[in-house]
Design a protein around this ligand. Structure first.
Ligand code: KIV
Length: 270
């Protein structure tokens, strides 16, 4: 007998919102971390296209490819038993037409073992969301600072501070809900606006830099573990300082190798 809980589905997230239970979400890019996060009870593992920056060293998400996302989503799903695995669809794999979106998102679902996809955009993507949902592909939306539009937005800036953009974001959120999205990521928007949107929707909101009222929170794993020292946004809380732990461990290993102290007799075979 194991105490294994069944894998979460998009319906479970809707029920969590209805019960007022917060949805714990983290990005994840590989099987090793997937096992650790899953064991720790994280509800949603988002295979973010941020992998292109965090692991691959690019300066934006724009050059992430479908093959790259399929590879990372497959290995995350391999390490996951309970959490809902969501694949972030890369730039230009869903914007060109609903048909191309169905082909690419369908391929992701069929090949990786994930149970949902995430796409960026509001009203302009509503028809695509509807087309995906109609063929059985669960879709998470993403509004506010949408990194694939970083150049159009003039950089990684807070969205929705003025009345017109706040109004547009409220409309975008409603359009995604009406089109059948099962949840919406709200990135870098004022806490009061995120609260209004969260209250107005029956589907859950997952915030990142969007204050405490969202139905769940997401952070980039490597940022919150203090592994990625380059990223220090105001909303980020670092729960560990692993970059320094790595440097300390590697410095000690180097010294022990150079001084002939590692391997000792206990690490040697006869
Ligand atoms: O790519 C990503 O990691 C994301 C999250 C920050 C929401 O989209």
């Amino acid at each position: 007998m194991t105490d294994l809980k069944p894998a979460l589905t998009v319906r479970d997230l809707a029920q969590m919102k209805a019960r007022g239970e917060r949805i714990v979400t983290l990005t994840c890019y590989d099987a090793l971390f997937a096992r650790l996060l899953d064991d720790s009870g994280v509800d949603v593992l988002l295979v973010g296209d941020s992998v292109n920056q965090v692991l691959a060293g690019a300066d934006s998400t724009l050059s992430a490819t479908l093959e790259q996302m399929i590879y990372h989503t497959k290995i995350v799903a391999r390490g996951t038993r309970r959490a809902l695995v969501v694949c972030d669809m890369p730039f230009l794999t869903y914007q060109v037409s609903p048909q191309e979106a169905i082909r690419n998102c369908g391929r992701v679902l069929a090949e990786t073992g994930c149970r949902a996809v995430k796409i960026e955009g509001g009203l302009t993507m509503a028809a695509t969301v509807r087309a995906l949902v109609d063929v059985g592909i669960p879709v998470m939306g993403h509004l506010g600072l949408t990194p694939q539009s970083v150049h159009a937005l003039g950089g990684p800036r807070v969205q929705g501070r003025d009345t017109a953009t706040a109004e547009r974001l409220r409309d975008d959120a409603k359009a995604l809900e009406d089109a059948g999205a099962f949840a919406i990521v709200l990135e870098l928007i004022p806490a009061a606006l995120a609260s209004q949107i969260t209250k107005a929707l029956s589907i859950p909101t997952i915030g990142i830099g969007a204050g405490p009222a969202c139905d769940g929170q997401v952070l980039v794993l490597h940022d919150m573990l203090g592994l990625n020292e380059q990223f220090n946004a105001k909303f980020l809380k670092k729960y560990a300082a692993l970059a320094q732990d790595v440097r300390d461990a590697v410095t000690l290993y180097s010294a022990e190798v150079r001084e002939g102290r590692y391997p000792g007799p206990e690490h040697s075979v006869n």
